[in-house]
Design a protein around this ligand. Structure first.
Ligand code: ADP
Ligand code: 5GP
Length: 181
């Protein structure tokens, strides 16, 4: 029987970096979300996200193909139900890198899901990392920082908070939390 692990945190806290490193372990698999956000340079359809139009996303909502979904900074993001059900039948840790709204929906449906909130060492680290990643326009970056303040107020609802300072320590800590050592 597989397990669900939710990873949330403000933009720039390091979720994608951490999930990609965790996924090197064959016992850990990352869910590929559906989004209406345009792909960033280097992002691939079917690998980073399934990139769809708003009409396609709304059709997926109507078809009940999503186990949760949310609107974040003007775009839809959602988790497909079938791959999640398949992962649960196997002995896998299925990682959902989703926002706080999605995490609440998953916890309601799967109370046994382990939820982890990733924090930056300092608030100013978020802006530094977003600038370093250099994938968002200035306006979009500011909106993400504004949303970050709201997201941080949800951190106490998570089972664990992990400060992502040293990447290796972060990976080690999360591997212990999900019990793959
Ligand atoms: P998120 O998915 O939470 O928005 P990313 O994983 O895209 O964040 O990380 C944002 C930026 O910060 C990237 O450039 C990434 O390389 C960098 N980063 C992530 N974790 C760390 C860390 N522990 N120390 C330094 N830089 C990091
Ligand atoms: P980004 O645009 O930086 O890739 O993601 C923006 C936000 O959307 C992040 O907080 C990320 O965790 C969240 N997100 C990504 N996929 C999903 C999803 O399937 N559902 C929900 N609710 N949020 C998601």
């Amino acid at each position: 029987m597989g397990k669900i692990a939710i990873i949330s945190g403000p933009s720039g806290s390091g979720k994608t970096t951490v999930c990609n490193l965790l996924e090197k372990d064959p016992r850990i698999k990352k869910s590929i979300s559906v989004t209406t956000r345009p792909p960033r340079n280097g992002e691939k359809h079917g690998e980073d996200y399934y990139f769809v139009s708003p009409a396609e996303f709304e059709q997926m909502i109507r078809n009940k193909e999503l186990v949760e979904y949310a609107m974040y900074c003007g775009y839809y993001y959602g988790t497909l139900i079938h791959p999640l059900e398949d992962a649960l039948k196997k002995d896998l840790i299925y990682m959902l890198e989703i926002d706080v709204q999605g995490a609440l929906q998953i916890k309601k449906k799967f109370p046994q899901a382990i939820s982890i909130f990733l924090l930056p060492p300092e608030k100013k680290t978020l802006l530094q990392r977003l600038k370093q990643r250099n994938t968002n326009k200035e306006q979009d970056m500011l909106l993400r920082l504004e949303v970050a303040d709201k997201e941080l107020t949800y951190k106490d609802m998570y089972d664990y908070c992990v400060v992502n300072d040293d990447l290796e320590v972060t990976i080690d800590t999360i591997r212990k939390i999900v019990n793959v050592n």
